[in-house]
Structures are given as C-alpha cells and as structure tokens.
Design a protein around this ligand. Structure first.
Ligand code: SF4
Length: 362
C-alpha cells in the first residue's frame, strides 16, 4: 500500500489536543495522546510498535486506524569539516526533498527545510525553480525533516529556517501548522524567534501572516531593486511589484514589531553593480534603520549561465548599501563544495532526475 493511497489518518502533524481526541475516539484516556506525541515528535518513532509504554492491544488498534509519515534518508553529503550536512530524503510516494543541517561555533544547530517538492515560482537563478512544482508537502513531511535530522545527528536542533525547496507561503496551512508544532513544548520546543520563514514576496500571504502576530523572523527575497530587473529574475514580481511588496512589509513590521531582512542573491553583471546598490539603498532608506539586507553571492547551479561575483564586487555592493545607512551582512553559503544551491543535491542524486542526468551525460 503506498502512502498516497493510504486513507488512514496521519498522526504526525497533529497537535497534542488532536492526538488526545484521537486516543479518546479509540476508547482510550486522553493522556495516551500525550504519550503518542512524545514518541512521534521527541523520540522520532516511525512505527506504533516502538511505543513500548502503550498497551499492546492499543498499539495494534492504532496501526489499523492510523499511520505515521516518516522520511527515508536516500543520501547525505558533508562539508565544512562535517559541520554542514545536506540530506536527501525520499517521500512515501517517491519524490525527494532536501534538508541541510548546520552546526555553528556559537552552539546553534540549524536546519534549513523544504516546504514543497520543487517550486512553482520560477526564479531564473534557482535549481529548484528549474524543475517546477511537483507538489506541496504536508505538515508531517515538513516537521519530520527536523525530527529526522535530530535523529540522524543525535543533536538537538535550535534553529529552523524555511529556506529550502519551495515557497513556504504558497503552502500556507501546512507551513503554519509546522511552525506551531516546532514551537510546541510537547514537540520540538524551538523558540519562535529561532524560526525563520523566507518568502519570495507573496503579498496577500505576508499580510495574512502579519495577522497571526507571531514572533518568528521573516526574510523576503528581493534580489533586485527595480521592477524592470526583478520582473526578469523573480517572475512573481509581475504580479506583486516592489512598491506593493514593500507596503506589505511595512504593514507586517507595524503589526508584529519584528524587523524584516531582505535576501539579495548577487549575480555578476546582472544585479551586482554599485549603481544598483545605490538604488537599493534609496529604496530601503525609508524609514531609516528598519530594514536589514543579507547579500548572498550566487552558488553555481548546473545548467545555468549566471556567474558568482568576485569578492571585491560583493564588498563594493555592501559598502555602498552601508553608506546609505542600510544594515548589511554578506552571507557566504555553507557547503559550497556539496551542491549548496537549494535543489542541487536532488538534481544530482534524486531518483526522479535519473533520466535528466542520463540525457545530460549522453
Ligand atoms: S528561489 Fe525560492 S521561490 Fe524562487 S524558485 Fe527557488 S525555491 Fe522557489
């Protein structure tokens, strides 16, 4: 039986209250739901048989009535002396997705997770965008990336960034549910301020998220300071141009009191001139001190013709922004030697890309 055709409800992705209710529906006391939550979210159990403090008869009834989605690790590659590990996981219905674990000297343990298989946003410089959208992930499949990584590394994850494959706000419901699960004391208990959602700029969903009044961190992928250029490299800009996006961002800040950071992938000769840096600085000058810019030199993607700018060009761009009073950091992607660009590992190792690789090598 494949999970796609499996009509049994998935207990992974349910809240504590929902699990308690489910236990009661099977004729058990509510506290059994808490035991199940502990096994699923904290112990990483993949089968009811592992839940040894539940009565045998209840475990059998659970296995008949429900399932637990679990990702299957296909491969992993390491970089930065083992401090960066990129995992490729297979879903029950076949496609693969990527998650990246990063260990930092200050003690943080961060995981970058995916919210969709592929992505429909079509950003022209992105390996994930190249393949288009296959499907949305369920909240079970999103949260299990963190649970699997904790299980595989034996380390507790302190931060989660929704910056892997897919546009999180295009899969709004499951993403929000995952945020609450990651934050819940009965699940992974990661502080809300340690959760970061990255969006390419879906204006209505940014407004909707603002109304949730969450203390998470929002990162907006800007990549260009003019509509003319952004229309070309971030096609969603044709639907929600920069002025509309910034208006939604201002509303978001007003409602949540949280600062937004803008991600800007630098590609040589495309969006990395100091003139464009000055334009970007002007765009973000009002109100002063509100915005932060994160510059990310582009990581090579097999099959794409863009180039990563030289360090001097990156520094000149950052300098020009700082001169305009914009708080700016340069983020050097970790694991450059391991297909660091999002979607790359899937293209080089995912079984669903085997034909594409064969054709390319022929
Ligand atoms: S950059 Fe992000 S939003 Fe754009 S295509 Fe890639 S995954 Fe999708």
């Amino acid at each position: 039986m494949t999970a796609e055709r499996d009509a049994r409800p998935d207990l992974k992705g349910l809240t504590l209250q929902e699990l308690e209710r489910f236990a009661e529906l099977l004729g058990e006391p509510a506290y059994r739901g808490r035991q199940i939550a502990h096994w699923i979210y904290q112990r990483g159990a993949a089968a009811f048989a592992e839940m040894t403090d539940l009565p045998q008869g209840f475990r059998t009834r659970l296995a008949d009535a429900a399932r637990i989605t679990t990702l299957f690790p296909v491969t992993s590659v390491q970089a930065d002396g083992g401090d960066t590990i990129k995992y490729l996981f297979r879903l029950a219905d076949g496609p693969t997705l990527e998650s990246v674990f990063m260990r930092y000297e200050d003690g943080r343990r961060s995981v970058c997770i995916s919210t969709q298989v592929g992505c429909g946003m079509g950003c022209t410089f992105c390996a994930t965008g190249l393949a288009g959208l296959t499907r949305n992930l369920t909240s079970a499949e999103i949260v299990d990336q963190v649970i699997r990584v904790q299980h595989l590394t034996g380390e507790r994850v302190s931060n989660v960034v929704f910056m892997g494959m897919g546009e999180p706000l295009a899969n709004y419901g499951p993403t929000l549910r995952t945020i609450h699960l990651l934050n819940a004391p009965y699940a992974t208990e990661i502080g809300m301020r340690h959760l970061t959602i990255s969006t390419v700029g879906m204006v209505p969903q940014i407004r909707r998220l603002a109304l949730e009044h969450l203390q998470l961190t929002l990162a907006v992928s800007l990549h260009a300071p003019t509509d003319e250029l952004r229309d070309q490299i971030v096609p969603i800009n044709r639907q929600w141009p920069i002025a509309e996006l910034l208006a939604a961002c201002r509303e978001y800040v007003a409602l949540t009191n949280r600062r937004i950071s803008f991600e800007y992938v630098l590609m040589e000769g495309i969006n990395d001139t100091t003139a464009l840096a000055a334009t970007l600085g002007g765009l973000l000058a009002d109100p002063p001190g509100l915005w932060h810019v994160n510059l990310i030199p582009w990581n090579p993607v097999y099959g794409l013709q863009y180039r990563r700018p030289a360090v001097e060009r990156v520094e000149a761009f950052a300098r020009r922004l700082r001169e305009r009073g914009i708080s700016t950091t340069v983020r050097l992607e970790r694991g450059v030697e391991i297909d660091a660009a999002c979607g790359q590992l899937r293209r080089t190792h995912g079984p669903e890309f085997a034909d594409t690789r064969k054709r390319a090598n022929a």
